[in-house]
Design a protein around this ligand. Structure first.
Ligand code: PGA
Length: 249
């Protein structure tokens, strides 16, 4: 009942010269839902370039403001993302939590703003290496999950990405069993709070050094519904291999 999702996060990479790479990704015709989150400057040109033929590729932002509009220099509202052609937005990524001091409460406000604008929010949570070493992974994640998602969650507008901070960009990942254990616990937490229907329908993505080489093992886990991919989404060829692993799972 859950349609799998392949989401790419280009982070602060990508110029108009890279629109051809986005077109190559859009030319894939997977069974799973495919979302690419380029830098905000590329959303409108990508949407224009994709046109009607881009239906297989949804576009997303990497952040949005918690407020709807007003005197907030440099911020981009959820409505602006939607207006540019985005249908999704990544929120609470650990790089924003670290670089901009974003806490769970702010993330929850941004999620509410995204929903208000009709966007699907992909909410990122993850433990640090020190928290993992201290055996606190599940409790840290449970707290982030509880505080980063507003009360009125609906499965269709929410994805959760488990991204261990130490796995992002490092080439290291948890073992498949560890990922499955975490995802099962997250789904249980979502069920307790939002009910069985939401828990059964919400997509739980794994992110952090997903590559063509490890995608099959991670994507075949029962509670993994797709991937949030950073570095390996920058090239259509490597992203396509991950998308294929998601489809095959
Ligand atoms: P990575 O990034 O795939 O390059 O590790 C994932 C992410 O930060 O979303």
């Amino acid at each position: 009942m859950r349609r799998r999702m392949a989401a790419g996060n280009w982070k602060m990479n990508g110029l108009r010269a890279d629109l051809a790479e986005i077109a190559a990704i859009a030319a894939l015709r997977p069974d799973c839902e495919m979302v690419l989150c380029p830098p905000a400057t590329l959303i409108a040109p990508a949407a224009a370039a994709l046109g009607a033929g881009g239906a297989a590729l949804a576009l997303g932002g990497q952040d949005c403001a918690a407020r709807a509009s007003g005197a907030h220099t440099g911020d981009i509202s959820a409505e602006m993302l939607a207006d540019a052609g985005a249908s999704h937005v990544i929120l609470g990524h650990s790089e924003r939590r670290a670089d901009h001091g974003e806490g769970d409460k702010l993330v929850a406000a941004k999620v509410a703003a995204a929903w208000e604008a009709g966007l699907v929010a992909i909410v990122c949570i993850g433990e640090t290496e020190a928290e993992r070493a201290a055996g606190r992974t599940l409790s840290v994640l449970a707290g982030q999950l509880a505080r980063s998602i507003p009360d009125h969650a609906r499965a269709g507008h929410l994805g959760v990405a488990y991204e261990p901070v130490w796995a992002i960009g490092s080439g290291r990942t948890p073992s498949p069993q560890e990922v499955q254990d975490v995802h099962a616990a997250l789904r249980q937490g979502i069920e307790t709070r939002f009910g069985a229907d939401v828990a059964a329908a919400v997509r739980l993505l794994y992110g952090g050094s997903v590559k063509p080489e490890n995608a099959a093992g991670l994507m075949s886990l029962p509670d993994v519904d797709g991937a949030l991919v950073g570095g390996a989404s920058l090239r259509a060829e490597s992203f396509a291999a991950i998308v294929a692993a998601i489809d095959a799972a």
